[in-house]
Design a protein around this ligand. Structure first.
Ligand code: C5P
Length: 255
């Protein structure tokens, strides 16, 4: 069901909602196989650039037919008019979550939030939750400096998170290590999803700002996004179970 929670309704999050599995693969068969092998032990699959450009957006229907919600990691970043019209079309696809880059600016985020509400009202559906991506978890202070940023990642994430909140995004993406800082500075109402999730036994790959599911939840993340730790495991269902156990342990301590 699209928009399974909205801002302020985090209390209704079930354990299986907390882990979003990021499917970054290049063929439909692999996606179908993951949909089936994960046996609905999570509520949501995230698809992004690799799936969009390899399989097309029709794959959303196939994933939903297994009973999963879809987070479309579109990472929209353009002028407000373009993003507004694109996200309106995305809303009609019935995804539950969608991403934009917070660095697109307050007006762009605002235009996206308005477009989603208008389209969802027109179609009488739940609006997808907009997640504003702060700083990619593959970037560290050195990378930001090289790209011309004057601030390090902590200050940059915080500034972009404030922008996202002003623009009405209601949810954002940051690394597991910044979730606590954001909640402390901007309040507990902002919904946070954290990629850069790795268990000690996982390869780090291209990620730089990483942590375990346990620490992510302990730091205040609402959702955990994990891709390769699941999709590159020969037993994806077992990998999901391990991550969910870690999340459960952290939740048991926090409440
Ligand atoms: O395989 P892995 O767990 O590293 O995948 C992380 C997923 O989250 C990828 O699809 C990546 O595009 C996405 N993502 C990210 N960092 C962000 C936002 C999204 O890694 N800041």
């Amino acid at each position: 069901m699209p928009g399974s929670i909205t801002k302020g309704e985090k209390g209704i999050l079930k354990l299986k909602d907390r882990l979003i599995v990021s499917i970054d693969v290049s063929n439909k068969q692999e996606i179908i196989s993951l949909c089936s092998s994960i046996k609905n032990s999570v509520s949501t699959f995230k698809i992004g650039l690799e799936v969009i450009y390899s399989c097309g957006l029709d794959i959303i229907k196939s994933i939903k037919s297994f009973g999963y919600d879809v987070m479309l990691d579109a990472k929209l970043h353009d002028i407000p008019n373009t993003v507004s019209r694109a996200i309106s079309a995305i809303t009609a696809m019935g995804v539950s979550k969608v991403t934009v880059h917070a660095s697109g600016g307050r007006e762009m985020i605002c235009a996206a939030a308005e477009a989603v509400t208008t389209k969802a009202e027109e179609l009488k559906i739940f609006p997808p939750m907009i997640f504003a991506v702060t700083v990619l978890t593959s970037l560290d202070d050195g990378d930001l400096k090289e790209a011309g940023f004057k601030d390090g990642f902590r200050d940059s994430v915080l500034k972009l998170a404030k922008l996202a909140q002003f623009g009405g995004a209601g949810a954002l993406v940051c690394s597991p290590n910044e979730a606590g800082l954001i909640k402390k500075e901007l309040g507990p109402g902002l919904i946070i999803a954290t990629p850069g999730i790795r268990l000690p036994e996982n390869s780090i790959n291209d990620q730089k700002r990483i942590n375990t599911p346990y620490n992510a939840i302990k730091n205040g993340a609402d959702y955990i996004i994990a891709g390769r730790p699941v999709t590159q495991n020969s037993k994806p269902y077992e990998a999901v179970k391990t991550i969910i156990n870690d999340i459960e342990k952290a939740l048991a301590l926090s409440f």
